[in-house]
Each structure stands twice: as C-alpha cells, then as structure tokens.
Design a protein around this ligand. Structure first.
Ligand code: FAD
Length: 491
C-alpha cells in the first residue's frame, strides 16, 4: 500500500516540505553519518528504501530523510526543530511492526532509534533493567541471560525489533500468559514530546502512587505523542528448567479442554500455550520442507512451554499432565523436546508461521481478541467466504493461497491470516468489514497486540466507543498540538 492506495488520505498541506536548510541543520546537529538522505541535497544516498518499506512489503512511504539521533538530548533538539518548522515525523524502531505504523505515508521524516542502543544499568537483586529504546530485544535478552534474568517479553521478530518499539506497540508475544503485559512490567519511561520536552519518568520503583501514571500513555501509543528514548523494566529470573511439548488434536473443543487442563495441572510453571491449525502448519511445511514433529496430520496443534526452577518437579508435573490428556483422549498425539535443539525446532513450527506465510507474496493479517469458545469460528467462516467467492486455489490465477489461524491461545488472541499471491481488492472486499463486524458482535478487539497504525485506524470504532475515541483525541491534541507525530495513523 502507498498513499495512492488510500485515496481518502491526502498529504496535509500544513506540513512543510523538507528543504536544504533543514538538512543542513540536522547534519550539523547529528553529524553527517546520522542522516540518510535522498533527493533533497546532492549527496543523495540510495539506501533510504529500507526505511520506507515495512517487513511485509505491504506499506510504502516516500521519505527523503532518515535521522538517527544518538542521545535523548539529540532527539529533543530534532523534535523541537521539527515542531517549530511543522515537519512531520515517524518514529521507527526495528521496523517489524505489522500495521504500517513504522513507515511514512508521504514524506514524513523517519526518526530511527537504532543508534540509541546502550544498556544503562541493571540491578541483579531487583531485576530492574534500564536501557535505551533502540536496544534490540534479542541482544537485551542475551545480556540478561548472562545475569540469570529474562526480558519479560518474547516474540518472533526479536532479532530486529527494539525494546522501545515493543513498548510503543505494547507488544504481547509468546509469554504474556506468564509475565503479563508491558503495562505491568515497564516501571518507567524516558520520552521526548514534540516540543522537545524530556519526560523524565525513568522510575525503578514497582510501587509509586504519586499522581497520574503518565508513562502508561506512551505504552501502546505507537509514536503518536512522543518518542520513547529509554525504558526501565522489571525482569524476572530466568527459569532453569524449560520443557516444550507439541500436540496434535482432533477438534477445537479438545484444544480448549487441553488449555483448561494445562492451566489447572501445570499452573505456576505454564509459560506459553500456543495454537496452530493444520493449514498454517501445512504452509510452514511447504516452505521449509522440514520434518514435521508428529507422524500424522491433525486439524489442530498446540505448543506448551513450561518454565520453572526445578526440572525434576516440572518433569513430574508435565508427565502427569501428558498421561492425563492422552488417556482421556483430549490429545491424539504428542512429542516432548529432549534437548535445547528440539526445543528450538518445536518453537520453529510456531514462530516460523509469519515468515512462511509471506512466501507467496503477501498476507492479510488480523490480530484479534475473541472469547475463547468462538475463537476458531472466525477462521472457518472467513475461509468459507473466501472459497465461496472463488478466490482460493492452487495456481496463480487465484489470489488466495490459504486462510489460516494460529496465535496466543493462552491470551484468547487469534491471528487470522490470509496468505495471498498478490494484494487484491476482491479479497479485501470479502474480508472487510466482515471480519471487523464479526468481532464487534462478540465484543472482541480488532487489534489484540499489533496496534492500529495505518491498517486499523479506520476501524477503531468497532472496538472503542465514540466517547473513548474522543478522550484519546484530547490526549493526542494535548501532547502533540501541531499533529507532527506519526500523522495519518492511529486515531
Ligand atoms: P517498529 O515496527 O519500528 O514501530 C512500531 C510502532 O511503534 C510504530 O508506530 C512506530 O512509530 C512506533 N515506535 C517505534 N519505536 C518507537 C519509539 N522509540 N518511541 C515511540 N514510538 C516508537 N507483535 C506482538 O505484539 N506479538 C508477537 O508475537 C509478534 N510477533 C511478530 C513476529 C514477526 C515475525 C514479526 C515480523 C512481527 C511480530 N510482531 C509481534 C509485531 C512487531 O514485532 C511488534 O509490534 C514490535 O513490538 C515492534 O517493534 P519495532 O521496534 O520493530 O517497532
């Protein structure tokens, strides 16, 4: 998608066009290696495109300038200048977002946070980490692993996403079931408002009832009210004993039973419960050609992870659970990882889905929260509609490869994905507003964890009342009165 794909979005004429004077200012401020420029001055570089396109190759902007500030003070000076000169900006972390929030729509300046990548402090008694927003999640987690701790969030894009981007999107990920939402584990935030004000709220305290908890506004704000420059986060001890089991199940009813039993029997050691349907696993198989964990095919698969402090205790619990679910025919077949390599390999069948689905060209992604009992009905009904419209087939004349469902079952969070050979209006017409209306009828959320960005901006009303949207707009106007922060998106 480009701005041309959204004819209703017009470039707001209140924003200035980037000029040579602006570029000169930024170069003097940041140094010449901290700007990627295309088309404004003669020292154009050709490597600006990665900053204009997203991970899914779905959204494409037209920025001519990418800035990479190296400190909070630099971010403050950059934003103040942009605000004073009415230059629109897009904060960018690892650019792994899935709703088009991290790339410009028109020529907004990209403020890329990759140079702010230092761990500031770590307290190995409380587990409090303070780090720059541009630290990559996996690097941060590796740092913590050496100290016996873990970052309270994990997701498939860990090798590229930034912890600041994670907080800006309030990412959920694979272990929310265990460690809860970032709204709970983030203790403090340092951020910069568009007028250059540094919001200095990098608290390390777990308890602090002294006034409004303003940091919460930045968690999930997707760069619309300010730029997060650092976070303070409470990290749990890393579990010594990790077990992963992978099951095949005959129906979604059985998946629900297995989940209920897992919660009851594995309780405090259960750290992930992930769902995958057969079509999703079939596509991973087609792309990777890896040997599947189970001999036979099943309509549903679950991945269960336990993590605790005592492997003997955990193994005993897991074995009792496995016996129970097999004897009671809740689970048809299963396998337990025997070593670290197998743990990674089993996780690969879940974590590899997003990448494999993109193999044919593109993916329509819906990341939704629905009451568990109806979670998979949405996939069945969507598939029926796509088939009835004659859009799904095995060769290039059909745009749709398959309709699949997977996700964070433990959080009632389904990823309904439609893998396509090309983005196609006929497919979109079947999907929208059908999917959103379906979710609204069940009081679900049209965006469980990926956010609104550009993709869902027009649909927020399916999950939020006019009253709530009005209050959000007041906050946006208060923090960003000129509207320079990530325009055309969110609300
Ligand atoms: P970006 O994509 O760069 O930006 C995302 C948004 O945050 C944009 O609106 C941007 O403007 C804003 N932003 C970025 N940095 C800052 C900052 N410092 N200050 C203010 N605003 C900022 N998401 C989940 O929630 N759960 C998952 O399980 C999950 N799995 C994924 C698996 C794969 C393979 C991929 C590609 C993505 C997945 N995602 C998942 C989505 C994505 O990884 C997350 O949204 C992630 O948190 C984005 O971080 P980022 O640094 O890449 O941010």
């Amino acid at each position: 998608f480009t701005s041309e794909t959204y004819p209703e979005i017009k470039r707001d004429p209140k924003f200035a066009q980037i000029s040579e004077d602006h570029v000169r200012f930024f170069k003097e401020l940041l140094g010449k290696d901290s700007a990627v420029i295309d088309g404004v001055t003669k020292d154009a570089t050709d490597d600006i495109e990665p900053f204009n396109g997203d991970w899914m190759r779905k959204y494409r902007g037209h920025t001519k300038l990418v800035l990479k500030p190296g400190s909070t003070e630099e971010v403050s000076k950059v934003l103040k200048y942009c605000n004073d000169n009415m230059l629109a900006v897009v904060p960018q972390g690892g650019n792994s977002g899935l709703v088009g929030g991290s790339v410009p729509v028109f020529d907004e300046i990209v403020i890329n946070m990759s140079r702010m990548n230092q761990i500031r402090s770590f307290d190995d008694v409380s587990g409090t980490l303070v780090a720059d927003a541009g630290c990559i999640l996996e690097t941060t987690d590796n740092f913590l692993a050496e100290k016996g701790y873990i970052f309270p969030l994990d997701l498939g894009a860990k090798g590229s996403c930034h912890i600041g981007g994670n907080v800006a999107t309030n990412a959920g990920g694979l272990r929310l079931l265990r460690y809860g939402s970032l709204h709970g584990s983030v203790l403090g935030i340092e951020a910069v408002l568009p007028d250059g004000t540094i919001v200095d709220d990098l608290s390390k305290l777990r308890k602090n009832n002294t006034g409004y908890d303003l940091k919460q506004l930045f968690i999930g704000a997707e760069g619309t009210i300010g730029i997060i420059t650092a976070i303070s986060v409470h990290c749990p001890q890393r579990s010594k004993a990790i077990n992963v089991a992978f099951f095949g199940l005959e129906s979604f009813e059985k998946v629900q039973q297995a989940f209920k039993e897992a919660k009851g029997q594995l309780s405090e050691i259960l750290s992930a419960f992930e769902l995958m349907d057969r079509p999703s696993q079939g596509l991973v198989k087609k792309v990777t050609d890896n040997k599947e964990p189970l001999e036979s095919e099943y309509p549903f698969y679950c991945l269960i992870e336990t993590s605790g402090s005592n492997s003997e205790h955990d193994n005993e619990k897991l074995e009792t659970f496995l016996e129970y679910v097999m004897e009671n025919e809740i689970v048809s077949d299963g396998v337990v990882a025997q070593d670290e390599t197998q743990v990674r390999s089993l996780w690969g069948w879940r974590e590899g889905i997003p990448e494999c689905l993109g193999h044919w060209g593109g993916v329509y992604k819906y990341d939704v929260s629905i009451p568990l009992s109806e979670l998979y009905d949405l996939v069945n009904e969507t598939r029926e509609k796509i088939e009835a419209a004659g859009l799904k087939g095995d060769n290039d004349s059909f745009p749709v490869v398959d309709v699949v469902g997977y996700g964070h079952m433990g959080d009632s969070n389904l990823h309904l994905n439609v893998a396509v050979r090309r983005y196609d209006k006929a497919v979109e017409k079947v999907l929208e507003p059908f999917v959103y209306e379906w979710i609204a009828k069940r009081s679900g959320s049209i965006s469980a964890e990926h956010g609104l960005g550009l993709a869902k901006k027009n649909y927020i009303g399916y999950s939020r009342s006019d009253n709530m949207i009005g209050l959000m707009k007041q906050i946006k106007n208060l923090y960003d009165p000129n509207g320079i922060m990530n325009p055309y998106k969110y609300i």
